[in-house]
Design a protein around this ligand. Sequence first.
Ligand code: HEC
Length: 121
Amino acid sequence: MLQQCRRAAPLPLLLAVLALALVGQAQEDEEEKTFEADSGPAAIDVSEYPDEMQQLYKLYAKKCSKCHTLARSVNSEYRGEEWDRYITRMSRKPDSGISPKTGEKIRSFLMFHFEQVDGEE
Ligand code: HEC
């Protein structure tokens, strides 16, 4: 009898620990997922770009490095319309500081920039 009690007690505790571990894992997936792009260069040389694009680069570099390094987008494989999706997704995150208008400006910079990148290949 005594032995049975001893075995029964830890079960709810085990379940609680398991539940906490699962919640923790879900949070980690969102925040600590590693992105290969993060380890690449975190800036773009815009010195040869038109003035307008140099201005837009400043906006992009400021807005898109708030939560992760700028490298995550600088070294991204995303192109064209994929950026619409990602810019929208980023701007909807809490406290992104990216309005639809700002998102549109960032988009025009990224479109221009990746055209140059792909053109060189
Ligand atoms: C409010 C914080 C925040 C801001 C501001 C932000 N990001 Fe992110 N970004 C994240 C988080 C968190 C992730 C990882 C989760 C995800 O992909 O949604 C991420 C992931 C990414 C990824 C990788 C997505 C993938 O799955 O491959 C790219 C690319 C990216 N961001 C680009 C940008 C760009 C471009 C901007 C500026 C328009 C930007 N981010 C601004 C928080 C932010």
